[in-house]
Design a protein around this ligand. Structure first.
Ligand SMILES: Nc1ncnc2c1ncn2[C@@H]1O[C@H](COP(=O)(O)OP(=O)(O)O)[C@@H](O)[C@H]1O
Ligand SMILES: [Mg+2]
Length: 234
């Protein structure tokens, strides 16, 4: 579904990604693991067209999107939940969800996500639909950010460290919700929380200093204590 080939991405003159390649297959959940500063977010931003790689290629469902603008990538069917789960602080929950609908992909075949369906996934959001973004707790913001991404009707959902900053109970709940989405979506996520990532993912990659150092199935990864220690310090 997504094919990233040998991308090199820079922040002005800093060479951050030194030839990253990865593939996400339809229906799987793939996790990109690595420490702070390894290049996880830069990889996701390169895929989403927020940064453009200087060389290499990115294809989504066979189409070259290496130089496509972000809003067009969203309409092709990729939704992105950035780090720290940003939502519009001045807008209500309902208005935030409407923004998700506007910026996403239209789905007229009855298969898509609408606001009502996200309320079914997260009943608490319905209760607080008139509350403003700025008045939400971290956990509530995260439910909303994820729901906004879903109302964009993605085929591929990209999440940047979704478990970061959440209390353990919320991390667990998020894991269950994301697992339930796997039937309908392909997922690419980054994490530092290996336990969370293993529960959810089918395959994993380790990244360090802008280079992929290891790639394997989750079963392989589970037992790779040396790799986990080396690239995550756990
Ligand atoms: N806006 C920026 N300008 C310059 N360098 C940046 C910027 N954002 C990140 N970097 C650098 O790029 C590298 C990779 O960062 P990032 O992709 O955010 O890592 P991760 O998400 O794995 O923590 C780090 O060395 C970081 O300092
Ligand atoms: Mg990051």
């Amino acid at each position: 579904m997504l094919e990233v080939t040998e991308i090199h991405t820079y922040y002005s003159k800093s060479h951050i990604l030194a030839g990253i390649s990865l593939r996400v297959k339809q229906g799987e959940a793939l996790c990109l693991l690595g420490r702070n500063g390894a290049g996880k977010t830069t990889t996701l931003k390169s895929i989403m067209g927020i940064l453009h790689p200087q060389s290499g290629a990115i294809r989504f469902k066979g189409k070259d999107i290496t130089h496509t603008e972000s809003f067009k990538i969203a309409r092709l069917g990729i939704s992105y939940v950035p780090e720290n789960m940003r939502v519009f602080p001045d807008l209500t929950v309902k208005e935030n969800l409407q923004m998700g609908v506007i910026s996403g992909r239209k789905q007229n075949n009855g298969q898509g996500w609408d606001i009502e369906q996200t309320f079914k996934l997260f009943p608490a959001l319905r209760e607080m639909q008139n509350k403003r973004g700025m008045n939400l707790s971290g956990g509530q913001r995260q439910m909303l950010a994820l729901s906004m991404a879903l109302t964009g009707n993605p085929e591929l959902l990209i999440l940047d460290e979704p478990s970061a900053g959440l209390a353990p109970l919320l991390v667990k709940e998020l894991g269950h919700k994301l697992k339930s989405l796997k039937e309908r979506l392909t997922i690419l996520l980054t994490e530092q929380n290996i336990k969370f990532a293993i529960e959810l993912s089918d395959r994993g990659y380790f990244i360090e200093k802008g280079v992929i150092k290891y790639e394997g199935t989750i079963d392989e990864l589970r037992n790779e204590n040396e790799i986990k220690e080396k690239y995550l310090g756990v």
